[in-house]
Design a protein. Structure first.
Length: 136
């Protein structure tokens, strides 16, 4: 994973929370992708992480619902086969605790595009030598 954030002297606990954001978004994208997961990272003027997949997408009317605890849009999925419905709720809570927000962008393509935006003062992008996305 490539490093996408560091919070100065904020401490290990906060860094681990941000790593969890990346993990949860990537796990979700991989679970729902047909073939492709794309990750984009930028820092101008704020830190922005975009995670997109080419799966079925999320209907506009349910884009806020997916961030609620224990929400799974596919009724056929169980906790054993598809998670407990907590991953995206955790993402939103952690990002908001860091002064940012997470939204689902409608970019006109199929699939879901999650956008995490965080003020630069709270998250700073660093590129790891192996060029993989990681928050630290």
């Amino acid at each position: 994973m490539r490093s996408i954030g560091r919070l100065g002297r904020a401490g290990v606990g906060i860094a681990e929370q941000l790593r969890r954001v990346v993990r949860n978004l990537l796990d979700n994208a991989v679970r729902h992708a047909t073939r492709t997961v794309a990750v984009r990272l930028s820092e101008d003027p704020r830190v922005e992480l975009v995670v997109a997949d080419d799966g079925a997408g999320i209907p506009a009317g349910q884009r806020d619902v997916v961030f609620e605890r224990f929400t799974r849009l596919d009724d056929a999925r169980s906790a054993a086969s598809g998670g407990a419905g907590l991953g995206l709720a955790i993402v939103r809570e952690v990002v908001r605790n860091h002064g940012g927000d997470v939204t689902i962008r409608d970019d006109g393509s199929s699939g879901a595009t999650f956008v995490v935006a965080c003020p630069e003062r709270r998250c700073t992008i660093h590129t790891a030598p192996n060029h993989e996305p990681v928050l630290s």
